[in-house]
Design a protein. Structure first.
Length: 387
């Protein structure tokens, strides 16, 4: 047996163990805290309470909103149709027709998934949509006017919300493609030559064409969406991103309303996965260093931060460390806070993770400069799934 195959389970075993810290090996404490410059005090105050985020209703600008569905039946044929998708017309006089109004609630599909994503990030407090709409109603604020700067600032003061997330479903495209004839031809050619001892490159290309033709055939539902983050204090759009996702629902030239809505909701979930890295950076948990320790040789360092499992921190997650300094503008003479990234990365340990604090190993040239009080922020989550 191949030696590499034998070593693979062992390698996987050690990979799954994660970073572990033995505190007894780090007996020397670095107790000197940093001096917080006056101009940076507001930044530290914001660390004590995560910002509140509210998710507003997403505008549905597609043709798939509330629809009237017809359930038509005759003595020979039954089918379901909707007012804006042509399915067919029965020619039989002996038929019945019942109509019902259906709301696909696509905006709720987005907002509910967004709430789950934000909750998993841990860097914000999600403000209840019900409470938000209650305040809007009590204060007689129109949702359509909430992009007005004065209305946003007023809403922020009333609720304590700092950021609003909103957006839209910009459109849905249906595209049917039929490559079955190409697939049948490619399949016949490969079947005819399957007994050959040596399959040439041309035959392999035909085989690949067969697989591709089968995969591409069918009805593709493409959904376009836009996501925005608005700072209530300023009314400015801090983040805006448009995404497009597609779902092939199979060989249906005239899909039902339910099939289309199901594909759109699938596209929404996939679109949220695309924006998660941006949101994980924008709303990443922030905190500060509580303790710093080193070993006897002063070569290896560990740091304890004021974030733990209750803040959705997990083993192996990494944090940047920041150094703050006060600078004076030479023209305005105004004092501002300068924030620079240190050359050090903190990696959360597996065995020293508590509810509201955790220990991490420190790697980088600036590990020797770690001090209690320095600000930390989780790095972008790229591949984790929030469902």
């Amino acid at each position: 047996m191949n030696k590499k195959l034998l070593l693979l389970p062992i390698a996987l075993l050690f990979t799954g163990c994660g970073t572990q810290i033995n505190l007894n090996q780090y007996s020397t404490r670095i107790n000197t805290p940093i001096n917080i410059p006056p101009a940076c005090r507001n930044i530290y105050n914001s660390l004590l309470q995560p910002p509140k985020v509210a998710i507003m209703r997403f505008n549905n600008n597609s043709n798939f909103g509330v629809a009237t569905i017809s359930n038509k039946s005759s003595n020979k044929r039954n089918y379901v149709g909707i007012s804006f998708v042509s399915i067919g017309v029965s020619k039989h006089s002996n038929s019945s027709n019942t109509k019902r109004v259906v709301d696909p609630k696509l905006d709720k599909a987005i907002t509910s998934s967004l709430e789950s994503m934000l909750a998993s990030l841990g860097g914000v407090d999600v403000y209840s949509r019900e409470d938000l709409y209650k305040v809007i109603k009590e204060q007689k604020l129109q949702q359509s006017g909430l992009f007005d700067e004065n209305s946003l600032v007023k809403l922020g003061k009333l609720t304590g919300v700092r950021y609003i997330i909103t957006g839209s479903i910009d459109g849905v495209i249906q595209e049917y493609k039929d490559y079955t004839s190409m697939a049948k031809l490619a399949s016949a050619v490969t079947a005819h030559n399957s007994n050959k001892k040596h399959i040439d490159k041309t035959l392999l290309k035909i085989y690949a064409m067969n697989i591709s033709a089968q995969a591409l055939s069918g009805m593709k539902i493409t959904t376009m969406m836009t996501f925005k983050v608005i700072d209530i204090e300023t009314g400015k759009i801090l983040f805006s991103k448009s995404v497009k996702e597609s779902k092939n629902i199979g060989n249906f030239k005239h899909p039902t309303y339910s099939q289309i809505i199901g594909a759109i909701k699938y596209d929404i979930i996939q679109g949220l996965q695309k924006i998660k890295p941006s949101f994980s950076q924008f709303f990443a948990p922030q905190g500060y260093i509580l303790q710093v320790r080193t070993d006897k040789k002063h070569k290896n360092f560990i740091a304890q931060i004021n974030l733990g499992s209750k803040d959705h921190i997990k083993p192996e997650q990494q944090f940047n460390v920041y150094q703050l300094s006060q600078i004076i503008d030479p023209v305005t003479r105004k004092a501002t806070c300068d924030k620079s990234t240190m050359d050090v990365t903190l990696t959360i340990s597996k065995n020293q993770l508590q509810a509201h604090r955790s220990w991490a190993t420190a790697d980088g040239n600036d590990a020797v400069n770690l001090r209690p009080g320095q600000i930390v922020k989780r790095k972008t989550l790229k591949n984790s799934i929030f469902f």
